[in-house]
Design a protein around this ligand. Structure first.
Ligand code: PEP
Length: 253
């Protein structure tokens, strides 16, 4: 069975005092829950990774970085390596978010290298994929997402895949308030699971968590998460509001 996971992606938002207030509120609300069946991950800006890893020590919440370098170490001024992130307490890293592909020109190859560096450093990976509206309108979305997967997972082994989660995030749904319908999410997640089955076998396909991301909120989370192949969410805007994000997590209780 795949682990249910809800990840907050704060992106480039919140000062440290604001972030402190938010994370304290969310964790306070959730610690009183009798049953917390989803793993909760906070993907925080690099500069807060160490602080919040210490802050959450001993609590059932994990810290992710939102990106890492494709290089192991060396003369790459301004970059942050996967090893550095692991050394300050991150246990997860998001790789291949559409904003990084678009604004920082990350290719399939670069995304694949980042996945390798992250796994080598002992981090677990949330690997994002998803089509633009233009591609969906041409009815090429299934092919496109399969190519994204193959383009960056080609060298990944079944053993490595145990530490990778897929996040399907249609670009047209990110930050737009227009989420995929449960039917649209389910059909793409089924395609992704089938790709995993063909490449890595049935067991890996059954055990890999496939998250949905794109305008998830407290209203739509329950129906999206109820889809057979949707194993949780990657949440941007709504993760900046403590009650709303906690409600999304509670969709699993
Ligand atoms: C995201 O950026 O990963 C995301 C899903 O954003 P939002 O929830 O705001 O659409």
């Amino acid at each position: 069975m795949p682990q249910k996971i809800v990840t907050a992606n704060w992106k480039m938002n919140l000062t440290l005092p604001e972030a402190n207030t938010l994370i304290s509120e969310v964790t306070n609300i959730l610690k009183d829950e009798k049953r917390n069946s989803a793993e909760v991950i906070f993907a925080v800006p690099f500069v807060y990774v160490q602080y919040f890893s210490s802050f959450l020590k001993g609590q059932p919440f994990a810290i992710a970085a939102q990106n890492c370098s494709e290089y192991e170490k060396g003369a790459y001024t301004g970059e942050i390596s996967a090893q550095m992130l692991a050394s300050v307490g991150a246990t997860w890293v998001i790789v291949g978010h559409s904003e990084r592909r678009l604004y920082y020109h990350e290719t399939y190859r670069i995304v694949g290298e980042k996945i390798q560096r992250a796994l080598e450093a002992g981090l677990k990976v949330i690997f994002c994929c998803g089509e633009t509206l233009e591609i969906r309108d041409k009815n090429e979305h299934f092919e496109f997402v399969k190519n994204q997967l193959e383009g960056s997972l080609a060298e990944i082994t079944a053993e490595q895949m145990k530490n990778i989660v897929i996040a399907y995030e249609p670009v047209w749904a990110i930050g737009t308030g227009k989420n995929a319908t449960p039917e649209q999410a389910q059909e793409m997640h089924a395609v992704i699971r089938n790709y995993l089955k063909q490449k890595f076998g049935s067991q890996i396909a059954q055990d890999t968590s496939i998250l949905y991301g794109g305008s998830v909120n407290a209203q739509n989370a329950k129906t999206l998460f109820a889809c057979q192949d949707v194993d949780g969410g990657l949440v941007g805007g709504a993760s900046l509001k403590s009650r709303e994000f906690a409600e999304i997590v509670k969709s699993y209780n």
